[in-house]
Write a protein that binds this ligand. Structure first.
Ligand SMILES: [Zn+2]
Length: 238
């Protein structure tokens, strides 16, 4: 079965316990000798490695890895620092955003996001699209076509994740201290939540500052509304 490795812990001697997702669920398994120099599956130790794996001894708490074939590794050694940091963000999302029983819901997104990270012309924008998709899977789907209260498409004044999306000037409660975004930042929010794929068409319309601003905002939203703080995002704006 196809798996994505989420993390691993040393078990005893050179044995390793891995936690991974399949397309349908969560699986923990043991790979004896995976840390020894002679191991044929050393590559499994990189989180987000995708593999085709077979298990035996399913009656035990941890089934044992019988055979594994590498499908793709997240790292090929040529990544820039920015790409490696983006990879850490995806690792954190995969491990923390959803409870174990639901983590597999991100399987397809992680697979697509990793391949986008290698090919997308704008890596930071690809990360924003990945985060927007992960946020939707976690159950928050903000309205980005019109005002969430009255449906107006004019005079959009603010974006409030907690209220459910864009708010127009007429519906905005001025006593609320909502972050203010520039016109292009509001368009960027709409862009990432509506992007049908990672082709990043039109990415030149958004500056790096816009992308970082929205990235920080998504970090806040995930923290305040989904209760998960994604630390590695800090590395992208320090
Ligand atoms: Zn309104």
């Amino acid at each position: 079965m196809k798996i994505i490795v989420l993390n691993n812990t040393k078990y005893k001697e050179n044995d390793v316990i891995y936690n991974a997702i399949t397309e349908n669920g969560y699986v923990s398994f043991k790979a004896p000798g995976a840390l020894s120099g002679k191991s044929q599956v050393m590559w499994l130790n990189n989180p987000l490695t995708i593999a085709d794996a077979e298990f035996s001894d399913r009656r035990y708490k941890y089934p044992t890895l019988k055979e594994a074939k590498l499908i793709s590794s997240p790292i090929n050694g040529k990544e820039s620092l920015e790409e490696l940091t983006i990879l850490s963000v995806i690792i954190e999302i995969a491990n923390k955003l959803l409870p174990d029983d639901d983590k597999h819901l991100l399987f397809k997104e992680i697979e697509e996001g990793l391949s986008a990270l290698k090919t997308a012309p704008d890596k930071l924008l690809a990360l924003l699209i990945f985060l927007a998709r992960a946020i939707k899977i976690a159950g928050a789907s903000p309205e980005v076509d019109s005002c969430v209260f009255c449906g107006s498409t004019h005079k959009i004044a603010a974006f409030s994740f907690r209220d459910g999306g864009f708010i127009c000037e007429d519906c905005l409660d001025p006593t609320l201290d909502l972050p203010s975004f520039t016109g292009s930042q509001k368009l960027l929010i709409r862009y990432i939540f509506k992007a049908p794929n990672y082709s990043c068409v039109g990415s030149e319309r958004y500056s790096k500052e816009d992308k970082i601003e929205i990235l920080k905002h998504l970090q806040d939203c995930i923290d305040c509304d989904l209760g998960v703080f994604i630390h590695s995002i800090n590395q992208l704006y320090k």
